[in-house]
Design a protein around this ligand. Structure first.
Ligand SMILES: *[C@@H]1O[C@H](CO)[C@@H](O)[C@H](O)[C@H]1NC(C)=O
Length: 185
């Protein structure tokens, strides 16, 4: 009788495993210190972003035309724009900003921007953070969130302030000044 009970118990435990699967852990709590997250840094970046849409080698290209020419609603641009420390195109390059902007406002020129700021020199070489947000370009100062990053900017957050430094009224080439405040670990 006792033997039968043991066999039954064994059988049930085997059935239980096959019914729900063996316990496999795919997530576990960690101590933030393991990833050196017990201290953080706030960094201010001051950069110039060069959006060149004219000429033989534009850095920024419209891939969809606007539905409304006045507000550029519906336009989609892809860009790979240089980032420099000064406003002149010949100024020292420290990285690239790659991404896209799209006309997403009906009553003004309002862009939805999604872009990475990837550095190619100095202590942030190889690291990048991502800016994603709304850019109503007629406003003097626009704010967009920093939503994350890679390398030194893992877990980053912050905000970017964009001001048009120069806009060529005939070609629409633009130089935009970016002040970006990034909190990272
Ligand atoms: C940046 O990092 C890349 C890849 O590791 C390396 O090839 C390059 O020399 C670095 N550039 C500078 C200026 O440190």
């Amino acid at each position: 009788m006792a033997t039968k009970l043991v066999i039954l118990c064994l059988l049930l435990s085997v059935l239980d495993v096959t019914a729900t699967g063996p316990k496999v852990s795919y997530a576990k709590k960690m101590d933030p210190k393991t990833l050196k997250m017990d201290r953080h840094f706030l960094v201010h970046f001051h950069l110039y972003w060069h959006d060149t849409v004219s000429g033989a080698k534009p850095s920024s290209v419209a891939v969809l035309p606007p539905r409304n020419k006045a507000t550029v609603f519906g336009e989609l641009n892809f860009f790979d724009n240089p980032l420099t420390i000064g406003p002149e195109p010949s100024s020292r390059r420290v990285g690239r900003s790659q991404g896209m902007y799209a006309g997403t406002a009906h009553d003004q020129i309002g862009l939805m921007m999604g872009m990475t700021f990837a550095f190619t020199t100095g202590k942030y070489n190889g690291s990048s953070f991502t800016v994603f947000g709304r850019n109503a370009i007629a406003e003097h100062e626009r704010e967009m969130p920093v939503v994350g990053g890679t390398g030194k900017f893992r877990f980053a957050r912050g905000y970017a302030l964009a001001k048009t430094h120069h806009l060529n009224p005939s070609t629409f080439d633009a130089v935009v000044e970016y002040d970006i405040y990034v909190l990272h670990y």
